[in-house]
Design a protein around this ligand. Structure first.
Ligand SMILES: *Cc1c(COP(=O)(O)O)cnc(C)c1O
Length: 354
């Protein structure tokens, strides 16, 4: 149990207009911060006014990218209560990322306590309009001022909060996705399964290429054969092929999404066949030709479910379900957002009411 010192701001900011939130641009009044020092462990947990941090230009994170991050949300339920969705999963994934990046382990209960406490302090910042939420960004950075290549001996664990707007302003909207056949995001043995900035740095060039061509996101292929589907930039990917729900299996280069796990659990509970396995682009093209590619959607905390209406691979453009939202995508979206908002039963006990 952390003994968190709380210092409230003397200058609370004006709350933003909920119709103009966007994503990741507005920050709340406070932040959580805690230090790690080798020999001492994690120490000095505190909630302080949101502020700049001062670091030596030699801080290791700037040079070799030793850092990790998480992303989750707090939701304002119809009953006015604040809710978190499966925060223990983010705590576990934090330690998986930490292990890969040689960052010290953080006790799961401390992670959940820190997230819960900072959200409680700034709970008036959880927006109330439909589809809006308070995005929570925990992250850890290596702070030794040292240019040698080695794991840092000091770290900062910080949590910042950002009220975010409805991902879909006017209902679910299918997106176009670019299957990248040149650049790769990660390979097995690398750090694709970890939530770390370096994976995103590696992805930007393909994202720019896809945007220039009018596609909203990149779908990555495996880094070795460039044949098998991996995941989208910040989402996992699902297909409905001939009545079955199919998603690439976790193989070390794919991020194990919490929304992905929730989709699998829900589909199984509805009696659907769910397959986690290798999915090749060729299989998709073939399924599309024979009319068996029924739906495609991404899953992630930001959008929850993102229906895919169009997939491009080289010169092939596949239009899926006539470019419309499929029934499974819609049902998943309604169910998960309903559970998060407290309007749909929560049979798996996923929600933590603050
Ligand atoms: C965070 C992330 C996801 C989605 O994970 P969720 O836990 O569902 O939000 C998928 N892919 C990548 C690369 C990610 O960073």
């Amino acid at each position: 149990m952390l003994d968190i010192r709380i210092e409230k701001t003397k200058n609370p900011k004006a709350k933003p207009d909920e119709s103009k939130l966007g994503f990741g641009k507005i920050f709340t009044d406070h932040m959580f911060i805690m230090n790690y020092t080798e020999g001492q462990g994690w120490h000095d947990p505190r909630i302080v006014p949101y502020q700049d941090i001062s670091l030596s230009p030699a801080s290791m994170v700037f040079h070799y990218g030793q850092e990790m991050f998480e992303g989750l949300k707090a939701y304002r339920g119809a009953d006015g209560k604040a809710r978190l969705f499966r925060p223990i999963m983010n705590a576990r994934r934090t330690n998986e990322s930490n292990k890969r990046l040689v960052i010290p382990q953080l006790p799961e209960e401390d992670f959940v306590q820190a997230v819960s406490e900072i959200v409680r302090v700034d709970q008036d910042w959880i927006p109330t309009a439909p589809g809006t939420s308070l995005y929570i960004r925990p992250f850890i950075i290596a702070t030794d001022d040292f240019l040698g290549v080695a794991p840092s001996k000091t770290y900062l664990f910080i949590i910042i909060l950002s009220p975010s707007g409805a991902y879909y302003a006017s209902g679910l909207e299918p997106v176009g996705i670019w299957i990248e056949d040149d650049y790769v995001r990660a390979v097995r043995g690398g750090m694709g399964f970890a939530k770390t900035g370096g994976n995103y740095a590696a992805s930007l060039i393909a994202q720019v290429k896809a945007h220039d061509d009018g596609y909203s996101q990149v779908l990555w292929l495996d880094g070795v054969e460039r044949k098998y589907i991996e995941e989208v930039g910040a989402m996992n990917i699902f297909f409905k092929i001939d009545g079955k729900i199919v998603t690439p299996m976790l193989n070390g280069s794919i991020l194990p999404g919490i929304t992905r796990n929730s989709v699998i659990e829900l589909c199984k509970s509805w009696g659907m066949d769910v397959e986690e396995r290798k999915v090749s682009v060729d299989e998709l093209i073939e399924a599309q030709k024979t009319g068996k590619l029924e739906e495609c959607f991404g899953s992630g905390t930001a959008a929850v479910i993102s229906p895919v209406g169009k997939l491009r691979y080289k010169d092939d453009v596949m239009i899926i379900n006539g470019g419309d939202i499929g029934p499974v995508s819609q049902k998943l979206y309604d169910t998960i957002t309903g559970i998060q908002g407290g309007t749909v039963a929560d049979p798996f006990d996923w929600v933590v009411v603050l």
